[in-house]
Structure formats: C-alpha cells, structure tokens
Ligand binder design. Structure first.
Ligand SMILES: [Zn+2]
Length: 207
C-alpha cells in the first residue's frame, strides 16, 4: 500500500467511526490528511460516515483540486490555514458532534477547568466567533486559535481538531465530545465544582 493509499484508508476508517458514534451526522463535517505539498481531503457533498476512495481528493495549499472532476470540501481553506499555522499537525477532523455543537451553538466555550483529564489533554477548548461556513472570515476566526490550542469550538457550527496522527485527533475528539456531555450534565446538577488554580497548574505539570 502506498503512503497516499494509507492516508486515504485512514480517512475512510476514522470517518466511519465518527459516523457510527454520531459525531458527523449525514453530510456534515470534513476530514483531511497532510500529503506532499497539500492535503488529501473529503470531497464536497460527501458523508464522513460512508466514505469511499473516490470521496477523497488531493488538493494543493492554494485550494485547487489536483484531480480532474473532484471538488474538495468547501471548508478546504480552514484545513489549509491550520496546516500552514501548525507544521506539527498532519490530520484534521471537523465535525458537528452533538454535545460539542450544543456548546458552540450556545456561545459557550469549554475553557473552565471542570475535569482533570481535559485540563491535561486540552488546557481548554476555546470558542471561535461565528462566520459564514466556508467563508475566509470563518477561516481567520477559527485558525488563529491553533497558535495556542489543538481543538476549537466554532460558534453556531461545530468543532475542529488537529493532531500529528489521525488516531490522536480522533481519540481527543472522543474525549472532547464526552467532556461536553459531562459539562452539560453539571448544569443539570447545579453547576460544576471548578478545579482551582493550584490544582490546574499541578495537572498541567504532568504533561
Ligand atoms: Zn461544518
């Protein structure tokens, strides 16, 4: 299997898992992998949970498809900007996972130190200001957080995460979605008991 085929099979595999977990309902979301001088990204109109090889297109960092007749996802520039900002990121997953999207749609970030494990893995998950999907404003509003964070909520939209490996990006998406569910439950139970500054700093030192 060539490196390109390996990346394509990873996108298909983790797209399917995201679908099974209901992280990426229907046509929502897009997934990419850094490849040569561009990326392999899901095509426009594809469904992440049901990807075929033909649903992935090699696209340059200028946003132009390198394969005739295949159109990359309309969020291609978001992926490109994150890859440009973060040379250590090789895989990006953008989804509309329901619990994370609930926070994004309520204009609430996940920065408060509620749960030790999430402080360790994320520091926090910030909320990027709303902009029209596929617009350059959305790219700017969202990608800028990747200077400091690996995962970002997109207001009235969804969630995006990048990592060195596809496995790590996916595992952290899973953590983040269950974290959002826990935080939502703390509202029902009268509000979270936050970790204090000393506790938070001790967790960050474990990194
Ligand atoms: Zn989206």
């Amino acid at each position: 299997m060539s490196y390109k085929e390996e990346l394509i099979s990873k996108i298909i595999k983790y797209g399917k898992i995201c679908g099974e977990k209901n992280y990426t309902p229907g046509y929502s979301g897009n997934i990419s992998a850094r490849y040569e001088d561009g990326m392999l990204i899901t095509v426009s109109g594809s469904a992440n949970g049901y990807l075929k090889e033909s649903d992935i297109v090699y696209t340059g960092f200028d946003g132009v498809s390198k394969e005739d007749g295949k159109k990359p996802s309309s969020e291609k520039f978001l992926h490109i900007e994150i890859y440009k900002k973060r040379p250590d990121i090789n895989f990006i997953i953008h989804v509309h996972a329901p619990y994370l999207s609930s926070f994004a749609c309520s204009g609430k970030d996940l920065l408060a130190p509620v749960m030790a494990e999430n402080v360790f893995y994320f520091g926090g998950i910030p909320l990027a200001k709303y902009a029209l999907p596929s617009s350059m404003e959305l790219v700017y509003n969202t990608a800028k957080y990747f200077v400091e964070y690996d995962a970002v909520l997109m207001e009235n939209h969804g969630f995006v995460i990048g990592s060195k490996t596809m496995e790590d990006a996916y595992y952290k998406l899973e953590l983040a979605e269950s974290y959002a569910q826990v935080v939502l439950n703390t509202y029902i139970l009268g509000g979270a008991k936050l970790l204090d500054k000393n506790q938070t700093q001790a967790i960050l030192k474990l990194r």
